[in-house]
Design a protein around this ligand. Sequence first.
Ligand code: SAM
Length: 259
Amino acid sequence: MMHRARKRFGQNFLQDSGVIYSIIALINPSTNMHVIEIGPGLGALTRPLLTNLEHLDLLEIDRDLVAYWIQENLSGLNVIEGDALTFDFLEWAKSRPENSGLCKVVGNLPYNISSPLLFHLVSAAHVIDEQVFMLQAEVVERMVSKAGGSEFSRLTVMMQARYDMELVLEVPPEAFDPKPKVNSAVVRMIPRKDFNLNSAQWAALEKVVAAAFSQRRKMLRTNLAAYSERLSLTESELKARAQDISVERYIEWAKTIAA
Ligand code: SAM
């Protein structure tokens, strides 16, 4: 099909068959899996996925591409026109047929919405088994970074509090048409088995992490001043910066604040 890539929808279509093969192998589709692909585009991932799945849901915002997939009328394919940022992934996950296998959300994501989308998906993390996404490499590096490094950020803490994550594959611009300006990477995200925050504790985590990172260069003595009575920060924590504190310590603080 003739389709001019739309910048505003972050359309960079995957061309490299080696990369496509690696992503499909990673998703490891099997007949009764419950899978939704965000942004199928022209189907680089969609078609190979469909050869191994009985059923595949597609979520696409571009009307022309939605029309294309509807007209293709492929067996097992369910096309949803919608915006991934507002789509109800919780409802979708709950709609899985009985006896279905793992529940997965996958996609080569539009880079302009990756961070809000990752946060949006957290609300369904308890019913999703795995997420496999292609993102801007810089974002994936932040997601998997360790405390102490300059990439360690609010996104790092919130994602590592909820998921075990792995950067699986780095992908150069040449793998796409049109070529993006940045490098890409594939990340696999599996909700943490030991996750035990209730919604008040999660909200507290969001707040304390946002406060800690509000001024990256300032010490926590300043950034967390509003919490100083409830959190007993050690002398070295008071002098530390937000990126020096471990994810597990932020989680402890969130539990204390919400108690
Ligand atoms: N999966 C295809 C591939 O690998 O070649 C296309 C990937 S392209 C980077 C991103 C896709 O996401 C496009 O099809 C685009 O129209 C779609 N998209 C952009 N914003 C979206 C949104 N908010 N919700 C759902 N799909 C979106």
